[in-house]
Design a protein around this ligand. Sequence first.
Ligand code: ADE
Length: 228
Amino acid sequence: MIGILCAMREELEPILEKVDVEDIVEYGKNRFYLAKFNNKNLVLAYSKIGKVNSATTATIMIEKFKAKKILFSGVAGGIDEDLKIGDLIIATKTCQHDIDLTVFGYPYGFIPESSIYFECDNELNNIAKNVAKKLKLKIKEGIIASGDQFIHSKEKKEWIKKTFNASAIEMEGGAVGCVCFTLNIPFFMLRAISDTAEEGAGVDFDEFLEESSKVSANFLIQMLKDIK
Ligand code: ADE
C-alpha cells in the first residue's frame, strides 16, 4: 500500500482524477480514498493545512491503512532565486522552522532526543530524477522547511534560508518527515512553487494554487508508474 498525502483539496483532486477509486473510508474526521493505479494499491487523503493535521493523517495512513511509503504532493513557497512559480522541487530532507528552544541552548528547529532534519528516501528521489530526465522536466532537490505559518515576508524568508539552508517553505513536510522517521517509513516530498513567500505571496498563492497543484500531481502520477 502506498500512501499519497496532500494538505489541501486542490492538491489532491488532480491526483484522484487519474486513479481508480474503489472505496472511501471516513475516519478521524477525514476521508481516505482507497484506489488502484497501475496495479498498485493506494490510500489517498488531504490532511488539511498544517503540521498537526498532516502528522495525524500520515500516522493514520501508516497505522490503519498499512501504507509502506508516504508520498506527499502539493505546493510550496519558493526561497531559492532560481525557483519560479510552477517549478518542481523534491526535498532531500525536511525540518520545522518554527521550533524554538534556543533559550535552553539548542539550535533553531531542534527538539531534544529528536533532530532538526528528517531525511527523505533516496530511492524515491532517484526515481523522481529519472522521471524528470525522461520527461525533459527540470526538478530541483533541496531542503524544505515547514512551520504553521504562511510566509509572506522577505525578511522571514531570508531568515529561514539562512538558518536552515532551505530552498522552499510549506506547512507540512517537517511533520510528515518526523512521523515517517519515527515509524521507519520511506518518505517522499514533492512540491511545485505557488509563490515566492515575499510580500504579495498570498495573492500569488490564490492565483497559482490550482495550476501548481496540477504540476505536482501530474509529476507524481508519472512517478507512480516506476514505483514498486
Ligand atoms: N505553501 C505555499 N506557499 C507557502 C508560503 N509562502 N508559506 C507557507 N506555506 C506555503
